[in-house]
Design a protein. Structure first.
Ligand code: FES
Length: 137
């Protein structure tokens, strides 16, 4: 049985092979929807796309065991690479998931689109480095 280790929360959960990462986090009482660097986490816990890969608020870093997840699909790639219209963002377009993806291309996933097929370690709510060297360069 695969084990998901939530690094920040210091919590480990056993899940069946093929489990959805977002569902497993919710069952474990972990809020994946952290907004922008924690800002909006309480709102995003309820205001999100509920697993359709549209809002990008469930983004996580897979710090270990990326090979034990499914490959990134089209919806997920699109969400990270283009500021696509989203039904849950005032104004309709949310660039934050794209900004967060910069510099984390090999580790960032949408939890709602991630299948767990083996042991993984997950960092929830990875911060967006708004002033780092990867930004505006
Ligand atoms: S819950 Fe909206 S993208 Fe995952």
């Amino acid at each position: 049985m695969p084990v998901i280790k939530f690094v920040k929360e210091k919590k480990e959960v056993d899940v069946p092979r093929g489990a959805n990462l977002r569902d497993a986090a919710i069952k474990a009482g972990i809020n994946l929807h952290q907004g922008l660097n924690g800002l909006g986490a309480s709102v995003n816990k309820f205001v999100n796309c509920h697993g359709f890969g549209q809002c990008g608020t469930c983004r996580v870093n897979i710090v270990k065991g990326m090979e034990n997840t499914n490959p990134m699909g089209t919806v997920e790639k699109l969400r990270f690479r283009c500021p696509v219209p989203t039904p849950v963002t005032p104004g309709g377009v949310d660039p934050i998931p794209c900004m967060a993806f910069i510099g984390h291309e090999a580790t960032m996933r949408l939890a709602c689109k991630t299948q767990v097929n083996g042991d993984i370690e997950v960092e929830t709510g990875p911060e967006v480095d708004l002033f780092g060297e990867n930004f505006f360069s």
